[in-house]
Design a protein around this ligand. Structure first.
Ligand SMILES: Nc1nc2c(ncn2[C@@H]2O[C@H](COP(=O)(O)OP(=O)(O)O)[C@@H](O)[C@H]2O)c(=O)[nH]1
Ligand SMILES: [Mg+2]
Length: 254
């Protein structure tokens, strides 16, 4: 999940986890997570116990580097389990890559991803003075990704506009229209480079009362579980030669 600071990346990821605390979500069952502590830490400010007046999300620090969130999920229908790894890095970290496609190589999560989510901050898009700058920042990142030879054409590129609760007013029709134009231009410009480019709208955390929680998040999560170029379901173990390797295997089995 790639985007500027404050765009709503952490909120999007942690709201998914919050949904599973309440039961099945998006036709999926929660089957475990190896990053429970990370989720809980990030959710804290959104909860009542934090004592804050409104839900908030902790700042992602640059020092923390690359982090992964893990979700084990099972389909309610088939019970087939899928493990999802969602990466997060402070927004600032990707800045230097915007004008230097060679730097994309250094971002392991981009080179390994099945789906790359570019987040557009709906709050900034709603603001006439910040809108173009917001588009341009995402456009540069998409271009750097497209020009980098380490990104596979099979990866799904997603443009996700967050905080759409802030874009719903009638006076903002022009802002919604420019989002649609932006999405269209990216699809036209990079349709040859990537097999699949999709666009989404979410309001992961709509602070207004009686709003639908995690608006637009369920279909997005489902799309992450069925990327156009899915990973192999089993990976053959390497041929073991020496006694040390065999020893490791025997220890694992017991
Ligand atoms: N109105 C509204 N605010 C949101 C939404 N999602 C996130 N925010 C707020 O946007 C701010 C930045 O979010 P955060 O997830 O920390 O952004 P990140 O820096 O990209 O990880 C926080 O104060 C969130 O409460 C949303 O759907 N609607
Ligand atoms: Mg964050």
């Amino acid at each position: 999940v790639v985007g500027e600071r404050g765009a709503g990346k952490t909120t999007l990821i942690t709201e998914i986890y919050e949904r599973f605390l309440r039961g099945p979500f998006a036709g999926l069952l929660f089957a475990g997570s190896r990053t429970l502590t990370g989720f809980e830490k990030r959710c804290y400010l959104a909860r009542l116990v934090s004592g804050a007046a409104a839900p908030d999300t902790e700042r992602t620090s640059v020092q923390a580097g690359l982090r992964f969130f893990h979700l084990g999920l099972a389909s309610l229908v088939s019970l087939r389990r899928v493990d999802l790894l969602i990466s997060e890095r402070a927004g600032e970290s990707y800045r230097e890559a915007r004008n230097a496609p060679a730097k994309v190589r250094g971002f392991l999560e981009l080179t390994k991803a099945r789906t790359i989510v570019f987040v557009l901050d709906g709050a900034r898009v709603a603001n006439d003075r910040l809108r173009e700058e917001t588009f341009s920042s995402v456009r540069q990142l998409v271009r750097a990704t497209a020009e980098s030879d380490v990104i596979s054409p099979g990866v799904e590129i997603q443009l996700v506009t967050t905080k759409i609760d802030l874009l719903q007013s009638e006076t903002l029709a022009h802002a919604r229209e420019s989002v649609a134009q932006f999405e269209q231009r990216i699809k036209e410009a990079y349709g040859d480079r990537f097999t699949k480019i999709t666009s989404w709208r979410t309001a992961a955390r709509n602070p207004s009362a009686n709003a639908e929680p995690a608006l637009g998040v369920a279909p997005l999560l489902q799309s992450w579980l069925s990327p156009p170029n899915p990973p192999p379901t089993s990976i053959a173990s390497p041929v073991l030669h020496d006694e040390f390797d065999h020893f490791l295997f025997r220890v694992r089995k017991t």
